[in-house]
Design a protein around this ligand. Structure first.
Ligand SMILES: *Cc1c(COP(=O)(O)O)cnc(C)c1O
Length: 458
């Protein structure tokens, strides 16, 4: 193991702030505040260059699902690099791990979803199905059926198409987005937007916005609808039970392709292999990334339904799309080893039957706190909505500030969580123990107690 002393870590941090432009960062703030250099990981823990240990309740960035330090994955990567570090899949060639991984993903996805297009990131995967959907309808003689309906406060990545499909206002404001042909409808976020409706009524109302939008645009012009089964970056927003069945009905009725973005929910996080299985949906595209390799290598893709893949393979001719590293053999080897761990250790079943229910109970216990409007969870995703007044569901006037304060105190106390405005999010590794769940919950409660006390003394 590389031992890093304090002095070089400071140098590294200085090099970083001088030369490294970070994703999703205010660089001026980052240069002033400095960076934390992460050096090591084992299980659910990571260490920074100062030797401080953190319980990573966010699994890196929703991805290190099997935990850090898995030798099986490292060894699979090394073996593949020795055998063949790279070959492309453009010119009627493939590699062993790429072929095997495609078959494994198809097996896990189940009937009707037997093909995979590989990319390097979730963003690229969203770009990929967007083009594929339009090619699909054009091939069937409907070139005008090309508009995609997405949702406000969704996250689908940072490429031009990905950020356009996403519904983040602050992202649209930068770079003249969304691109033409992408429109947005409301999200099923009952706590903040549900008003006097019951969650079930609200879920139906938000689903029916899809039908209204399709009728307004004309079904012959709408190619697809895209959504995350559970919004992740937007705040871990679990839709009311009425929402998804109605969305599925509407997509079928108007012959609109359904794209589920399972970059977070795919590969077990909800206690099923995929969120579409959890919600009983039949998607046409399923976007996969993060959990596919538990972040050990960058790899992503789109699982394509047979009804779409058949048109593409039999009628469309060449699909002029792909990436140099599509199906990269080393990344595919990492993903295969990751999937093997998930199956052999029955980690998905563990979420469904054991740690998921335990997490739900412990996380839900935060709901009695004076600052908590709701404490929701599904599988191993949990969110706490911070409020100033529970009875009226009133939020702080500066939601980002209160969220960052709570997040920062949690990290100072050694538990890594994330804030999405005034929601505190966790997405722990699947191997987390009951004691570690308790530690996350007690740390967050202690921070909320502290912040509440400070606020009332002001
Ligand atoms: C992270 C994420 C993406 C983007 O994936 P990248 O690999 O960062 O491009 C897309 N969709 C969802 C739901 C995500 O959480």
């Amino acid at each position: 193991m590389l031992e890093v002393s304090r002095e070089p870590i400071r140098d590294l941090a200085a090099l970083d702030t001088a030369h490294h432009l970070h994703p999703f960062a205010d660089m001026k703030e980052l240069v002033e505040g400095g960076v934390r250099v992460m050096t090591r990981g084992e299980g659910v823990y990571v260490w920074d260059g100062e030797g401080k240990r953190y319980l990573d309740a966010f699994a890196g960035l929703w991805c290190v699902n099997v935990g850090y330090g898995r030798r099986e994955i490292t060894e699979a990567v090394v073996a593949q690099m020795d055998a063949l570090p790279y070959y492309n899949s453009f010119f009627a060639t493939t590699t062993a791990p790429t072929a095997r991984l495609a078959a494994e993903i198809a097996r896990l996805a189940g009937p009707g979803l037997s093909r995979v297009f590989f990319t390097n990131s979730g963003s690229e995967a969203n770009d990929t199905w967007l083009r594929m959907a339009r090619v699909h309808w054009a091939t069937l003689g409907q070139p005008d059926k090309k508009i995609v309906i997405a949702r406000h406060n969704a996250y689908h990545g940072s490429t031009v198409a990905g950020a356009s499909l996403g519904g983040m206002k602050h992202m649209h404001e930068q770079g003249d987005l969304p691109i033409p042909g992408i429109v947005h409808i409301g999200q099923p976020h009952w706590y903040v937007e549900g008003g006097d409706l019951s969650p079930e009524e609200f879920g139906l109302a938000r689903a029916r916005e899809l039908e209204e939008k399709i009728l307004e645009l004309g079904p012959e012009r709408v190619a697809a609808f895209v959504a995350e089964p559970v919004q992740g970056t937007g705040g871990i927003i679990v839709p009311p039970a009425s929402y998804w069945p109605e969305i599925q009905r509407i997509c079928r009725k108007y012959d609109i392709l359904l794209a589920v973005d399972e970059v977070i929910t795919g590969f077990g996080r909800l206690g099923s292999w995929f969120g579409f299985q959890h919600y009983g949906l039949t998607p046409d595209f399923c976007v996969i990334a993060k959990g596919l390799s538990s972040g050990y290598q960058p790899i992503a893709g789109v699982i394509v339904a047979d009804r779409v893949a058949d048109v593409l393979t039999n009628q469309a001719g060449q699909f002029h799309h792909g990436f140099t590293y599509s199906g990269h053999p080393v990344a595919a080897a990492a993903a295969l080893a990751n999937l093997r761990i998930l199956e052999e250790e029955r980690l998905v079943e563990r979420i469904r039957d054991d740690i998921g229910p335990y997490f739900a109970e412990r996380w839900g216990s935060l709901a009695d706190h004076v600052m908590v409007g709701e404490a929701v969870s599904t599988g191993l995703l949990g969110a706490v909505q911070i409020v100033i007044d529970k009875a009226t569901r009133t939020r702080f006037s500066r939601p980002h500030d209160i969220g960052m304060i709570v997040r920062n105190f949690c990290i100072m106390r050694g538990v890594i969580v994330r804030a999405s405005a005034d929601r505190i999010l966790v997405s722990p590794p699947f191997i987390i123990t009951r004691e570690e769940v308790d530690q996350i919950v007690s740390t967050l409660r202690a921070v909320l107690d502290y912040v509440a006390a400070e606020l009332s003394s002001d």
